[in-house]
Write a protein that binds this ligand. Structure first.
Ligand code: DGP
Length: 126
């Protein structure tokens, strides 16, 4: 039995209790469109198993973590950005503004992005 939390928003999406625009799913992961997209294509890839954040991963989660990465290319192909390129971003903790504590990779793309991602911030040296 895969661990789930009754009140977790993303566990509820996995169970179909809250509707979402699902673009891909298998036994390990679910990928659905972000409700507030920041790029023309913006899909969240989450494990079926409830894991709060990257910092909470344990060796037991090795398969779930790998499945998220494996799904990235598949989802990118489905939404048409495999060739043009994309990023997979995991906001983790307070400074990164993580707001939902069920690991999710933001698969973003569909337009040209910049690097570094936050050009307005002061440079860090050392
Ligand atoms: P983060 O800040 O990294 O924890 O991102 C959480 C993302 O989840 C945010 O981009 C908006 C998205 N989100 C929040 N609630 C819902 C929801 O009910 N449905 C969908 N599809 N996305 C949601």
């Amino acid at each position: 039995m895969i661990h789930q939390e009754p009140d977790c928003l993303f566990c509820r999406i996995v169970r179909g209790e809250i509707p979402a625009s699902i673009v891909y799913r298998n036994d390990h992961v679910v990928a659905f469109r972000d409700i507030t997209p920041i790029t023309p294509q913006h899909v969240l890839i989450i494990p079926v198993r409830h894991i709060a954040s990257l910092s909470d991963l344990t060796p037991e989660d090795e398969a779930a973590a790998g499945q998220i990465l494996l799904a990235a290319g598949i989802v990118a192909e489905i939404i048409g950005i495999r060739e043009s390129g994309y990023r997979l971003v995991f906001n983790t903790g307070k400074d990164a503004l993580q707001s939902v504590f069920h690991i999710h990779g933001h698969l973003i793309g569909g337009n040209q992005m910049g690097w570094p991602p936050f050009p307005g911030l002061p440079e860090v040296h050392g």
